[in-house]
Design a protein around this ligand. Sequence first.
Ligand code: HEM
Length: 506
Amino acid sequence: MSNKTREPMKPLDAEEFRKQRRLMVTWGVTLLVLFPLLIGLGLFMRLNQGELVHLQPNTFYAIMTLHGLGMAGLLFSFALGGLHFLVGTRFARTSVKVGYFVFIGVVVGVIGLVVATLIGGFAAGWYLLYPLPFKGTSWPEWSSGLTFISLLILGVVWLVGCVHIVRALSLEYGGFFQLMGWRYLGNKEPEEELPPIALISVVSLVPGILAFLAGAVFLIMFLFQLFEPSLEFNPLMMKNILFFFGHTLVNITIYCAVGWVYTLFPEFTGRAWKLTKVTVIAWNATFLFILFAYFHHLYMDFAQPISIQYAGQLASYMSAVPATAVTIFGVIAQLYHSKIKWGVIPLSFFLGAVGWAIGGIAAVVDSTIAVNKVLHNTLWVPAHFHTYMLMGVVLFILGFLYYLTAPQSGKEGGPKAGWAFWTFVTGSYGFLLMFYLGGMNSIPRRFAEYSTMGISSSHEIGALLARLAVFFVVLVLLGIITMGISIFIRLMRWVVTDATSTESSA
Ligand code: HEM
């Protein structure tokens, strides 16, 4: 290990910075267009569950598949794009070409998924539960094939994106072991500081790389079986691989976004947010246990060895609790007696951390075996993951997009949080509450029509909650579309200013 003090990264020249920002703007506009459309699919599902419209069951499940894959994929892609930008403009050299390669791959993958689900009718859900896509399906074989290939394309470009950022940081900070922050574990203060975003990126992206490799293996096995139907794989093994991939993807989406918060929030509180021994231990715990936390998805698979079930409960606690606790504590320490001005940017980051904590607690509750026996596959599950995605990751993204378009207003907190922001937050929590109440009333998840349950009280409660949720989803859409238009105008203004300044300097 070198004892020399590392030189900070040389600032990017104006041209390179402009290219990075253009790429970031491309991601921003894509998100602003796709996100409301995907919410629209969610609205249709709740309308159907509330018996206000009638969708054919296969249409419902095709919509659910596109919504689930689309949301998870879009938010992760944006989180990766955001990290690429933030790391690349402040901490280490990332390549704009690689960034566009990832972007184009994502666009191709998304088009494939849209065609496979909305035209081909592929409806196996995001997790493609094996052997579901091969047995008695209502959709043609080509749409299964197109889904597997599209997901494979997404997995490969995400893999490239993750490897690229980890490599860039490794080159800048002296390798993987330095990035894990182990020099903070001794009794002496480390001679060189490591920015928290560097540690959090590695803690997120290295497990991501393993998960995408596993996902690629899984999808290639699916393709083999598609071409050679006599092949069969062990369903329990397939489920293990799939949840390793899916669970890790969603987890690291949050962590990538948390990395921005560690970097940008201090600009509003005026206080540095540095790594300490405790933060390093907490994030190292996440690194170690995140790989095994997915076991909690298999509690109901009784063929899974019992020791793994217990390990799954412990890993779920250990991967989530320490990192969340140090981050929430960090946010409180940032705010305590600070003179923060509550514009929309710090507010989004703060409320995002709150949403992450609420959803995280609901998830940890559900990952407890004794509780999972009751809540498994009820609406409690979508309740918790929608909480940390919608009121965690999406708020972090909004804060980030506002920051991007108003970086100078840093200390002022950016624009005021107007009615659109509060409509979005109120609508989201109302929508989430209906999921939680559904879970507490044992309403099953992934049910197109509650009338088919054959239990009239559950049918009535489920449909009523879905109808109430519709009202809140409309508020969510109103809020996000209004904010989206205002962010879009800001992004375009920046592009125009950029073009003018490039022309005049040429
Ligand atoms: C207001 C916005 C949203 C609405 C109205 C909405 C609505 C829904 C509904 C009704 C379901 C089906 C629940 C069930 O009965 O099992 C669902 C599932 C799902 N949603 Fe959302 N959602 C929203 C936002 C999000 C976000 C931000 C994500 C980000 C990851 C997301 C990811 C998913 C996933 C992964 C599923 C599960 C799909 C499956 O089981 O195959 N949703 N959503």
